[in-house]
Design a protein around this ligand. Structure first.
Ligand code: PLP
Length: 469
């Protein structure tokens, strides 16, 4: 067969588009995306049939058309699956950055959906009928919850830090302890953030010990700001010294410059009231004299991705009028969710029952152990004799750098290969769990797969899926 003859058998785009197999997708997706997919498949076939080695085929034109239609359906199906798939987070890390951090409370999800689907009074004052400020409602709530004079919000805490530094210390020096030059993960490293914000880093003290006199001797007329960074993802232990916020506040005040504190997780409520490890609250940081405080909306606050800046009214006003603020502002759906989450924070008892983050963190060991015991028989049955499953005590962590040393006792399903099995078998199992309709994500620890059930809400859905493993 000559190449020309081989290629002449390739069906036309219109022939394939006319097949009844494609009727459904044509109706759902419209003609254009289906046509593109058909063209791509035809192109693949052309390459297949025109290869140097002369790939030939005994298929008829009609058979080839059917083959193309089938391939088109397959690609369109995987392409039209939602891009963000829900998963079971059984990693034991409650605020898991790679899994989207905090799950939002129902109130926030509903508020987001409304804001997404409707016109809203985002920057419109309904009383006066004139233009309003998109931060005004949020500011009122944040001031009430933190005791600060003013507040604003941007896309995430990294943006909050960059914007604050750029506004308050561009081309000038920012004093910071050598013990606080942290890397948060990703590309967020304090020395580099300083540079991108246009500030000069002035390191003071040492890695393990920094004293008040170090800050004082580091001050000069070039200094614009003293910064404190909450070392959220690690801890220096042993022979250490750091200067408290209140002492730093008086040093800054005497020098006539502001003190900024990057809290990272920043909780609005004292977590110890829920029996959780204590983390500095935003209110306490403001009370100890910080002029500006930045923190994440989706770490211990349990809200949507956002970065919150609270503090002195004159400084917040400058931050809000920085042109960069416009490049970092949050959209209406985020604002709606954040407002709903902050609203819940007004009453810690309500918060405890409604905020998924706190519900997960406060779940009792007994409750989790009972859940493990309930699903254990289902897991054993699904895995068969190749694996051994048991219930073991384990430790969950809060995650996202919050309280890195504080682990919370929990229970997990522990799955190991039965006698004779090895690591390969276990990694095959984890791959199969990841390929489920709602993927199950656990963690491997010393040759054992741990599924920490602290964050498992849909026990039934989890069990029903297991039969497909
Ligand atoms: C997490 C964290 C950040 C970055 O916050 P994002 O909301 O992830 O942008 C900055 N500083 C500290 C101390 C943090 O812990």
């Amino acid at each position: 067969m000559t190449e020309q003859v081989r290629l002449s058998i390739i069906p036309s785009v219109d022939l394939v588009l006319g097949l009844s197999a494609l009727e459904g997708v044509l109706q759902n997706l419209g003609r254009e995306p289906v046509k593109i997919a058909v063209r791509n498949e035809i192109q693949k076939l052309r390459i297949e049939l025109s290869g140097q080695t002369g790939g030939s085929t005994d298929e008829t034109r009609e058979q080839l058309a059917d083959r193309i239609a089938e391939a088109v359906l397959h690609t369109l199906k995987s392409a039209s699956a939602p891009l963000l798939r829900p998963v079971f987070n059984l990693t034991g890390t409650v605020i898991h950055t790679n899994l989207g951090r905090s799950r939002l409370p129902d109130e926030a999800v509903a508020a987001m959906a409304t804001a997404a689907g409707e016109a809203v009074d985002l920057e419109f004052n309904l009383e006066s009928g004139s233009r309003g400020d998109r931060d005004s409602q949020l500011e009122k709530l944040l001031c009430e919850l933190t005791g600060a004079e003013a507040a604003t919000v941007v896309n995430n805490n990294a943006a909050a830090v960059v914007l604050s530094l750029n506004t308050l210390a561009q081309d000038r020096e920012v004093l910071i302890s050598r013990g606080e030059l942290v890397e948060i993960g990703g590309a967020f490293r304090i020395p580099e953030v300083m540079v991108s914000a246009g500030c000069r880093l002035k390191e003071v003290g040492t890695t393990n010990r920094t004293h008040a006199r170090d800050y004082e001797s580091g001050l000069s007329e070039r200094a614009a700001l003293i910064m404190k960074v909450h070392t959220s993802n690690y801890r220096i232990q042993g022979f250490t010294a750091a200067v408290s916020e209140s002492e730093l506040a008086s040093i800054a005040e005497a020098a006539g410059i502001p003190l900024i504190s990057d809290l990272g997780s920043g909780s609005l409520v004292d977590l110890s009231r829920f029996g959780l490890p204590a983390e500095p609250t935003v209110r306490a940081t403001i009370e100890s004299g910080a002029d500006v405080v930045t923190f994440s909306g989706d770490k211990l606050l349990g809200g949507p991705q956002s970065g919150i800046i609270v503090g002195r009214a004159d400084l917040i006003a400058r931050i809000k009028s920085n042109p960069l603020k416009r490049a970092m502002r949050v959209d209406k759906t985020i604002l709606a969710a954040l407002l709903a989450v902050l609203q819940l924070h007004r009453d810690p008892e309500i918060l405890k029952t409604r905020l998924p983050l706190l519900v997960d963190l406060c779940r009792s060991e007994d409750d989790i152990r009972l859940a493990v015991e309930r699903v254990l028989p289902v897991v054993r049955e699904a895995l068969g004799s190749a694996f051994e499953a048991s219930c073991i005590a384990c430790k969950s962590q809060i995650g996202s750098g919050a309280l890195p040393m504080e682990m919370i006792p929990s229970y997990a399903l522990a799955i190991r290969p039965a006698m004779g099995g090895g690591e390969a078998q276990l990694s095959e199992l984890t791959a199969r769990l990841r390929s489920l309709e709602k993927p199950v994500i656990g963690r491997l620890s010393d040759g054992v797969l741990l599924l920490d059930l602290r964050c498992l809400r849909d026990e039934q859905g989890f069990c029903e899926q297991l039969s497909q493993v």
